[in-house]
Design a protein around this ligand. Structure first.
Ligand code: FAD
Ligand code: SF4
Length: 522
């Protein structure tokens, strides 16, 4: 007779880490792992084909690794005829069939999935052990303590980041930050200028192997009407590939990361960025090894300090900080709408079919590759939705759907908080707003666009610029209360009322035009 099962160890699609706490004390003779692919995870946000393919391929590769170690694995594939499509239903059925004495999992990244595990285990009358996710450098308890210590001053990434650097001794010497400053942004963030980026070191591309090709065929068949295409799929899908991607970045792009971090250029999605967010979020990479490799490259003299520090701040600072904001704010964080934005997301966000060259470039690139770098997300697609006044929940659904690295704990604070200022300043100290002039300065997108970034009214006016001035007018009260934003409102107040009326009229036309058609392909 088969031995009774002690623990059913649940491994979710973004928990592909063999060193996670889920495997502490794992007894191959008494425990088994459970994993499942379900359609609902691709449909609750209308997931791009690349995103679904990446998750499925990485999960199947991870499962193959477990099997090769002789670990008992119960794995549900998407195409199994009786797959219900629901993670909760699949887990409940597995529990009923396997009769474990308990369920064990690492705490999910997403609030919804933690609720699901608790409900399924409770309904089955089983104890659920949720273990700390050691992937992250800052635990929930530590972040809560940090938030308490900030008190009424409120949370700010910069203070969190300094505290974490000092605590972990990263880029620190004798209790002081290396180089005598916490950041060197004054030396970072340049634009390419008219000549463009010149030679660019191409990021390592990972040609799909047989298993990935199988998954791609499955996604094409099952999710044919989902956004994006799969022809350009070249993401790392295993830990070995993720390490190779990291090594390639450190050697070839990190040295110039800080310098060009905010620049954008037509046809060049990656530039000097790492392209490792998806591997990190799937837990194929550990943030410690990413930080350590960057520090080491600096110590060896291969990377300047401003580049190493600027990059480490993204991982140790922003990435951990947004996770803290998410868990401190859930449930409820997704409902924020501090600016009372009510418009629907324009239909062309799902196709790129717009005459605005910057948006067309970033959206078509996104649908083709599943990738855009931070400034493309924040200062092109995010900025336009903010200026237009799109309901934050719809913007959130779009970001969750289209990027291969999209998981709610990191996407939601970036979208709802940083890019849409919908949380009223919990995440960011001010709304990130700018006119088309910013995009003109940081990219070549405006060249060849039918609009003029410097013009706010008239036929050739750049819609970003019209809507920027309209945004200042609509939110003048809130912006005047913020010393960093007030000067921009004063510029608006200096305009003749005739001009302000013309801006309002043109903005109203842009909003009406943006509302034509459907808001989502789902
Ligand atoms: P690089 O620019 O090379 O940065 C290195 C790493 O730092 C990234 O891989 C990432 O892990 C981390 N990082 C950088 N910025 C942030 C940030 N603001 N928050 C958290 N981590 C950061 N990132 C995601 O991983 N998933 C998302 O769903 C996501 N949604 C976003 C939505 C919006 C509206 C915005 C403005 C940003 C979003 N980001 C998201 C953050 C950032 O844009 C991506 O992490 C980055 O573009 C990934 O590309 P890269 O690996 O080349 O990053
Ligand atoms: Fe975008 Fe305006 Fe520049 Fe056209 S002119 S590319 S719409 S910023």
């Amino acid at each position: 007779m088969a031995r009774p099962l002690r623990n059913l160890v649940v491994v979710l699609g973004d928990q592909l880490n063999r060193d996670s706490a889920a495997f502490d004390g794992f007894d191959a003779a008494r425990d088994a792992v459970w994993m499942a692919e379900v359609a609902h995870e691709s449909r609750h946000a209308w997931s791009a084909q690349q995103r679904t393919a990446l998750f499925l391929s990485a999960m199947r590769h991870f499962a193959a690794g477990l099997r090769s170690e002789g670990i008992a694995l119960h794995y549900r594939q998407l195409q199994e005829p009786d797959n219900t499509g629901s993670l909760a239903a699949e887990l409940a059925a597995a529990i009923a069939r396997l009769q474990p004495s308990g369920v064990v999992a690492v705490q999910p990244g997403e609030w919804r999935l933690e609720q699901m595990l608790q409900q399924v285990a409770a309904a089955a009358g089983l104890p659920l052990t949720l273990l700390e996710d050691r992937h992250f450098l800052c635990s929930h308890a530590r972040f809560a303590a940090h938030a308490r210590s900030r008190g009424r001053a409120g949370l700010r990434m910069e203070y969190f980041y300094r505290e974490e650097r000092a605590r972990l001794g990263i880029l620190m010497e004798g209790g002081q930050p290396c180089g005598g400053a916490w950041n060197f942004d004054a030396r970072n963030r340049h634009a390419f200028g008219a000549a463009g980026p010149g030679f660019l070191p191409a990021a390592t591309a990972f040609a799909p192997d047989a298993l990935t090709r199988e998954v791609i065929a499955l996604v094409r068949e099952r999710f044919a009407n989902h956004p994006g295409t799969l022809d350009a799929f070249d993401w790392p899908v295993t830990r070995a590939q993720a390490l190779q991607a990291l090594e390639d970045f450190i050697a070839h792009r990190l040295p110039l990361f800080g310098h060009w971090q905010d620049a954008m250029w037509t046809g060049e999605p990656v530039l000097y960025h790492a392209r490792i967010s998806a591997a990190l979020n799937l837990k194929l990479l550990d943030p410690r090894e990413v930080v350590d490799a960057s520090v080491q490259a600096w110590r060896q003299g291969a990377v300047p300090l401003p580049a190493a520090e600027g990059f480490i701040r993204q991982i140790l600072g922003w990435r951990e900080y947004v996770r803290g904001i998410y868990w401190a704010g859930m449930p409820g964080y997704l409902e924020h709408n501090a600016l009372d934005a009510r418009l629907a997301l324009p239909a062309w966000y799902w196709s790129g079919d717009t005459p605005m060259r910057c948006l067309r470039e970033v959206i078509t690139q996104t649908l083709r590759t599943g990738y855009a770098h931070h400034i493309q997300r924040l200062m092109v697609t995010g900025l336009y939705a903010l200026l237009l006044g799109v309901e934050p929940r719809q913007v959130h659904q779009w970001y969750l759907a289209v990027y291969v690295d999209a998981v709610e704990w990191v996407e939601a604070p970036n979208t709802i908080g940083m890019s849409q200022y919908a949380d009223g300043g919990l995440m960011a100290s001010k709304p990130y707003i700018a006119s088309g002039r910013y995009i003109e300065g940081m990219s070549d997108y405006c060249r060849g666009c039918k609009f003029q970034p410097g013009q706010r009214t008239g036929e050739a006016a750049c819609p970003f610029t019209t809507l920027y001035w309209d945004f200042l007018d609509r939110h003048a009260g809130m912006l005047l209360a913020n010393p960093r934003m007030a000067p921009q409102v004063r510029n608006l107040q200096r305009l003749p009322s005739r001009e302000r009326d013309a801006i309002a009229r043109q903005a109203a036309l842009l909003k009406a035009a943006a509302q034509a058609g459907l808001s989502s392909p789902g």
